[in-house]
Design a binder for this molecule. Sequence first.
Ligand code: GLC
Length: 713
Amino acid sequence: MDTHLSADERANLLLKSLTLDEKIQLLHGTGDPHDGPADPLARDANGGSGYVPGLPEKGIPGLQIVDSASGVCYSAGSGRYSTALPSNIAAASSWDTDLAERYGAMVGHELRDLGYNMTLGGGVNLTREPRDGRTFEYEGEDPLLAGTMVGHLIRGVQSTHVIGHIKHFAVNDQESGRHAVSSEISERAMRETDLLAFQIGIGVGQPGAVMCAYNRVNGDYACENDFLLKTVLKDEWKFPGFVISDWLATHSTAKASHAGLDQEQPGNVFFGSALKLAVEHGEVRQAEVDDHARRVLRSMFAAGVVDDPPIKQVPDVFAHARLAREVAQKSIVLLRNENALLPLDAARAQRILVVGQNANKGMISGGGSAQVDPPGGNAIAPLPAGNHKQDWQKAVWFPDAPLASIQQAAPAAQVSFDDGTDAARAARAAAGADVVLVYAYQYAAEGIDLATLALPDEQDALIASVAKANPHTVVLLETGGPVLMPWIDQVGGVLETWFSGTAGADAIADVLFGKVNPSAKLPITFPVHDADLPHPKLVLPPPASQEDWSDEAKMSRKLLSGLPSFTTSYDEGLQVGYGWYDQQGKSVLFPFGFGLSYTSFTYSSLSITGKDTLRATFTLNNVGTRSGDEIAQVYVGLPKATGEPPKRLVGWAKIHLEVGKQAQVTVDLPKTRFMIWDTAQHRWAIAAGQYAIEVGPDSRRPALQANVSLSAE
Ligand code: GLC
């Protein structure tokens, strides 16, 4: 308990005083309720996603663990309140690391307020497959942006003395058959993409825990995968914390323990008495159990949960609602604005029509374990209870209604509403309006992939007919990720608002009426067609591997014993996201890094200096009519001989400029960002040759170019 000692020293001292039983108690949860009555030790659980009893006589608190990707989950269960921030991909659209830290800190404060000391947020699986139902929970398609943003989120959470976390390690890039699928991928591709996002996130965030994923990677389950957990995570990256399994993702005792799994969740099927037996039979060495326990203890000391345990209190509802609105304002991406239709001014927009099935009731959010219980309840009656699938993955609509926000933002205007269920009727109403706001939605949830990126429920037809009746139509997209827009040329404006959280409707109105100048940029490519994706057809699980949650206890047992495998081959390799569209020479609807503003910026005079860390210096000018923020991006094209896709993001800067002002911008480009993985030599390398540096507003409009030649390293 000596706070002058390091987390490692304190963990080692404490470990010496623990019995084998006490060590093993730290290595599993208190059982999944589906496996029968909850463990008597679970009596002190806090109502979250998982619980590990402490050893109070030794000063070790319990681990009160809960999902909190974009806000603390399950708060309604105990009549409590938690703030729903915009989804993680929305936060990624801000490219704003300070905002990411404040996002994480808010989640950390509310975790503590509600009695928790460990989060299960921090999802950073790269979007290789944008139909992945959890795209909303992740940070987009680029490893540098995704890893940096999730790393700062983790820093924010841990700044409040809560154990931070990152997931799902690794290559958990589709939801269909996620418990059975084996992600087949080359080592070089994995290291330069999916694993790189984790490597950067762990480096920036120093999370106390890494969650291993459900899926297999090249044949071996992620939670017993020696290459992932031992070779890469613990030996090469020197990760000091503990590997926690995804829920029911543990499938063995000795194999998982040897591979580097430290803690089984939510139950104790493999790491409870089975682990003790394995030690007694000499299958698992005492030293291995000690290492597992030491990692858990070390993370508890490092995060501060021993010295500064949470004290329950009412969350700061108002400050956190203001942050939710600010994050939404900074994550809304302006994709189209014909003839400066936006921002709306009250004089021109006298008659406003709001269209959308539930635009008079609320805004949709992402389903599954990241679902925050909506303050004020679900605005739309949830699907009939009972069926597990429908219940925990149900569509939840936050009761902040777009219609009310528009009425509040334009009190002098005549605002009418049409629920959009009859396209012809909506079109007739549109003809009589000065501007039409169509709130389109896409349901997405964990455990389910989207069949298509097209909007559901005939919304494309609705938008097309409304736009035909009135070209001053603005589409607001409440979606988990990219969507197809067959009507793009017929509408006047498009805003990607993502799942925008409990204050989303007001934030959208702030942007529509110009209180806020949009500055966000896409962390993910919007393709033109599903057929343009690396895998036009999603690989679906064979019947034997399908999930049937109608009998939860039976399904849980099936998962623990393992489902027959099938494979998804990521043979596009290094070509993730924009890498694919660039390499394949495909046009896209909106490129990675794209986003418009109500002002305009010019770039000039690029120079590259420095040796070990290159530095790009250029001038940015606000030549428009109002102040704004620009996310200036730096890409590099590696030498052809490396076989890399045409370009990769190597840095960015977000700059605020008043009208008519200019600034000299410098972006540091550490050489690590120019590396490739040399599989034969099993190490990172810099290839000799010419490197083409590009600076500009997005990945497809280089404004400035410069070449540097690097020698081999
Ligand atoms: C879920 C998810 C994981 C979540 C965990 C606990 O199945 O895969 O992201 O943290 O189980 O709810």
